[in-house]
Ligand binder design. Structure first.
Ligand code: BJW
Length: 230
């Protein structure tokens, strides 16, 4: 059985990483669509740098939760038949042990140079304008995907969706495309579809089955169920 899992901010919420659109979300008081853009970065680079510097620094204070660990356990059993596609820019899937993870919206621990387009692993602040390790130009930005930019790894993701038997969406509001359209894509190619989320997402009616609750409880239970049935 080939499984594609899409994860969003909700899977990291119980680790203490804030979500985007919940009441106490990351961009509280702003529309995410207005601030997570290249235009917002051009207008106020230091504000944006400080925001991502703070989120990068906060990574060392959080740990994977039972939902991340359950997906890593599932990968141990399924190997290449499981692909985790995450919209999250944290590294909690990897720290739980998952190896087959695609970060479609980029990664906090990476920087991209606006001069040479090179991507470099990055653990420090960017607000003090360090030089690019590749070309030396001090024009690094967070290696994340903002509105109007093309998400990473789309070819591999669509290929995986085409051959999936099961598509599972975890902890995402279904407010952002193309990720919100994956359920339809997978269903068109014949996959069964399951949503695990605290509440109904914006695309909940497109799923064959939905379960509402905390990812830290729902995901381990679903993984147990899948492995017993196998
Ligand atoms: C829990 C929980 C717990 C809480 N347990 N659950 C089609 C139609 C209309 C518009 C478009 C369209 N296609 C494209 C667009 C434009 C645009 C878009 O989607 N606009 C919308 C406003 C409609 N999309 C884009 O511009 C994208 N690019 C693009 O489409 O390029 C064209 C192209 C595509 C494909 C191939 C070729 C070309 C880019 C989108 C970039 C999004 N970037 C951000 C910021 C990343 C950097 C950062 O982290 O700062 O990504 S925005 C933000 O939203 C972030 C997230 O990854 C993303 C999704 O958020 P997520 O994860 O769903 O979080 P929340 O907070 O919304 O939801 C959390 C959920 O968890 C909630 O439901 C809670 O209930 C739940 N939850 N606690 C379980 N304990």
């Amino acid at each position: 059985m080939r499984v594609v899992v899409l994860t969003g901010a909700g899977i990291s919420a119980e680790s203490g990483v804030p979500t985007f659109r919940d009441a106490d979300g990351l961009w509280e008081g702003h529309r995410v669509e207005d601030v997570a853009t290249p235009e917002a970065y051009d207008a106020q680079p230091f504000v944006v740098h400080r925001f991502y510097d703070a989120r990068r620094a906060a990574l060392s204070g959080v740990s994977p939760n039972p939902a991340h660990h359950a997906l890593a356990r599932l990968e141990e059993e399924l190997g290449d038949d499981l692909l985790v596609v995450t919209q999250n820019i944290d590294d909690l899937h990897e720290r739980a042990g998952s190896q087959r993870v695609l970060h479609m919206h980029g990664e906090l621990l990476s920087a991209v140079c606006r001069a040479c387009r090179g991507r470099s692993r990055w653990e420090q602040d960017l607000s003090d304008l360090p030089p690019c390790p590749r070309c030396g130009v001090p024009d690094l930005r967070p290696d994340v995907v903002w509105f109007g930019e093309i998400p990473y790894e789309m070819d591999r993701i669509y290929l995986a969706l085409e051959s999936a038997d099961l598509f599972v969406s975890i902890g995402t509001s279904g407010a952002v495309y193309p990720a919100a359209g994956f359920v339809q894509q997978a269903a068109t190619y014949g996959a069964r579809t399951l949503e695990l989320n605290l509440q109904a997402s914006e695309v909940t009616t497109l799923f064959d089955e939905t379960r509402h609750g905390r990812a830290g409880e729902l995901v381990p239970a679903w993984v147990d169920e899948l492995l017993v049935r196998r």
